[in-house]
Design a protein around this ligand. Structure first.
Ligand code: SF4
Length: 740
């Protein structure tokens, strides 16, 4: 029981793992971290899940990387920081001098601190003039981000966890919250015990989340767009919509023949929905139509409906459209911008929202809602950063898959991967691993542990300070920014990525003969200096968090942007887009707004969009050669590629190895029993795993957790991606299974 350990002091901080962003206290004794306990004044009210509770054990694992190491043939050689930095700078500078700025790249992480990602973004886009910089949220949240922008004009959820206390219906689709976001799900279940709330779960696996539902809709993976349309069909047919709301706050649009959006009428929308009957949805998805009708009625008629979704919706070739269809239901019924009524995408990483989407560390973004493709936004950032006009390249850069393809093909000569593990987490993995291992290019990996499945492919590895060994800011799922202090010294010679990026930026610009710019663009002494620049950068945007000084973040238990002034009360804005329920910026950006203002096209009065998106299936459905659908996901005990949770003996005892879940009906037909070795084969690869026969996946579906480094299930997964968000379809790949 770590919480019972005696400590010298407790220091307020945040969990290192998921995007729920639980507040916690770190217990320090004799200069060592010995315990954590939940922060009872933060949103999580003192609760932590099993992963968070064992956090201290990730810090001094035997494979922590303590020194910079350089590849020497098949061996690794320890070198000094000076030599490591000089080697890296000379390689990057040489590539830039010879081939121009697009010869170098950066792959960042939703686990880095915001200040670190901001620096990297400024270096690449602002100083070097290349948009070859993307981050791992491209693999998990890109469709949610583009979904918000295409439906409402701006990214990020409008609601907050506070809505859980007000919702009467929870619509959970494509999310196993009970394992992936356990503390948020705990709050939902608490409401179920206390009040007469309804929980609807839509998922092809009967997860623990689904088992707690009042209504469970299971379906053939990839057919959920039919279910969402059929719900809209029922809402329209039974006149359960809120015409006053959408007349005032939404427009209907479809893509025209020239691939430009065109406005349509409500009647045209009704006509579009005609074919998407519950009967058609049942035929396509296998989900009984009565359940779809019931879900639609509860969604529309509850006092307040809150929807949650995550990777099951986002990791899809139609992920953006699926996001749009969820928003459609909220806009159609007016279940939005009121306490308890809101769409709410869940986030996988602790700082994917704050540090990547908000900071703009994706190849098409600039900080705080600005985009590369917008000339005015580029000009704003050029002025703000004090760089020459036209420095920011006008073409969005390559997204994750495209970035690693360019690296594999040698177009990008030098790539720096920070705080993430693409050697395990990319889809169609062997293709990209081969590219990363190529001898003609130069791969630098900043990592806390070595070897990881990525650092083993690197030319140079840099030891990274971990979690409470450094300071910075995280922004979690509900727009809450939280400060994490440095509590202990980094292990060995490990350094914070902030220090390393800053040093590299100055040295690289100097090596390129731009010493003056190095001083002018990167003058910072502390992370707070960068934080203050970020606050100023957000000022004239709907993200405005000028009022979140470092001192306030240290004192408060997180604050939700917008927080435009230093006297704006904590915890900030619980509900955006609505003046009545909180957003202080509604009037600023739309003086005519009454109580609600979205940020759509000004020609449409900034209204939100109800999209007519046809239901389209996955890139690779099951067929006669590969008759099963492989879906990958998470277990409660482990987090992402397992680099941290697999250092915790208690978690490893609970979930020691990879397996494949198979439905008992399929197992019986194939003569497979629990523990049998089975081979899974897709068009891209093959893997042998122990079988787990269990009534969780529906017949025809196989589930494998993607955490385990010795069993790279992503070898089998398709790298087809969404045309709008460029997020790959991890959730659906066709495979066959046979007993070995
Ligand atoms: Fe950490 Fe997420 Fe668990 Fe909270 S729910 S303790 S943030 S892993």
């Amino acid at each position: 029981n770590l919480q019972a350990v005696e400590v010298d002091k407790w220091v307020k901080s945040v969990c290192r793992y998921c995007g729920a962003g639980c507040g916690l206290y770190i217990g320090v004794k004799g200069g060592k971290v010995v315990a954590v306990k939940g922060d009872d004044k933060n949103w999580n009210r003192g609760y932590l899940c099993v992963k968070g509770s064992y956090l201290p054990k990730i810090l001094d694992a035997p494979d922590r990387l303590k020194y910079p190491m350089v590849r020497d043939g098949n061996k690794w050689k320890r070198i000094s920081w000076d030599k490591a930095m000089n080697l890296m700078v000379s390689k990057f500078a040489e590539a830039i001098k010879k081939y121009g700025p697009h010869a170098v790249g950066f792959y960042g992480s939703g686990q880095s601190f915001s200040e670190e990602s901001y620096l990297a973004n400024k270096l690449y886009k602002g100083a070097l003039g290349t948009n070859n910089i993307d981050g791992n949220p491209r693999l998990c949240m890109a469709s949610a981000a583009v979904g918000y922008v295409t439906s409402f004009g701006k990214d990020e959820p409008m609601g907050s966890y506070d809505d859980i206390y007000h919702a009467d219906c929870f619509f959970i689709i494509g999310s196993n919250m009970s394992e992936a976001h356990p503390v948020i799900f705990r709050l939902v279940m608490e409401q179920k015990r206390k009040r007469n709330v309804k929980i609807v779960v839509v998922d092809p696996r009967k997860t623990l989340t689904a088992r707690n539902a009042d209504l469970y809709l299971d379906f053939v993976p990839g057919t959920d767009l039919f279910i969402l349309h059929a719900m809209a069909h029922v809402i329209v047919k039974e006149k359960l919509y809120n015409k006053d709301f959408f007349d005032k706050h939404a427009v209907f649009k479809k893509m025209g023949p020239d691939n430009k959006p065109v406005n349509v009428t409500f009647d045209e929308y009704v006509k579009f929905l005609e074919e998407y009957t519950p009967e058609l949805a049942e035929q396509k998805s296998g989900c009984p139509k009565e359940k779809i009708i019931q879900a639609a009625r509860w969604f529309a008629t509850s006092k307040a409906t809150m929807s949650f979704w995550c990777m099951g919706i986002n990791q899809r070739t139609r992920g953006v459209w699926a996001n749009n269809l969820i928003h459609n239901l909220h806009l159609l019924t007016g279940q939005i911008c009121r306490p308890g009524a809101t769409p709410f995408s869940l986030t996988g990483q602790p700082n994917a929202c704050g540090g990547i989407r908000d900071v703009g560390l994706l190849s098409h973004l600039l900080p705080y809602g600005r985009v590369i493709a917008n000339e005015k936004h580029r000009a704003e950032m050029e002025e703000f950063w004090g760089i020459p006009k036209g420095r920011i390249h006008s073409k969005p850069g390559p997204t994750a898959i495209e970035l690693f393809t360019k690296f594999a093909e040698g177009e990008i000569k030098c790539l720096w991967v920070v705080c993430t593990n693409p050697g395990q987490s990319l889809p169609n993995l062997q293709k990209y691993r081969k590219g990363m291992a190529s001898g003609d290019t130069f791969l630098v990996v900043s990592e806390a542990y070595h070897p990881s499945r990525t650092s083993e492919l690197a030319d140079l590895v840099l030891p990274a300070a971990l979690w409470c060994e450094k300071e910075g800011t995280y922004g979690q799922s509900e727009r809450r920014y939280q400060y994490l202090p440095q509590v202990i010294k980094p292990l060995g010679e490990a350094k914070s990525d902030f220090e390393v990026i800053l040093t590299f930026a100055r040295k690289l610009l100097t090596a390129l003969g731009r010493e003056d710019e190095a001083k002018k663009l990167f003058p910072y002494k502390t992370t707070e200096d960068v934080w203050n620049e970020m606050r100023a950068c957000s000022k004239n945007t709907v993200y405005n968090f000028w009022g979140m000084t470092r001192a306030r973040l240290i004192k408060e238990h997180g604050m939700l942007w917008p927080v435009p002034t230093e006297d704006y009360p904590a915890p900030g804005t619980l509900r955006r887009f609505t003046a009545k329920y909180g957003d202080p910026l509604v009037k600023k950006f739309d003086p005519k707004a009454e109580d609600i203002s979205f940020y759509g096209n000004p020609a449409d009065g900034n209204r939100a969009i109800i999209w007519l998106r046809p239901a389209v299936g996955p890139a690779e459905p099951a067929d006669k050669d590969y008759p099963f659908v492989l879906t990958t996901g998470r277990l409660i005990e482990h987090w992402h590629t397992g680099t941290m949770t697999m250092k915790v003996p208690e978690l490893m005892r609970a979930a020691p190895q990879a397996f494949v879940e198979i439905n008992p009906k399929d197992a019986q037909k194939l003569g497979i029993k629990t523990g049998d070795k089975v081979r899974l084969t897709s068009r891209r690869g093959s893997i042998v795993l122990p079988a787990k026969v269990v009534d969780i996946p529906r017949p025809g579906v196989l589930f494998v957790p993607f955490h385990y480094p010795e069993k790279l299930i992503n070898d089998l997964v398709t790298d087809a991606f969404d045309a709008l968000s460029k997020q790959p379809e991890f959730k659906i790949s066709a495979v066959r299974i046979e007993k070995v």
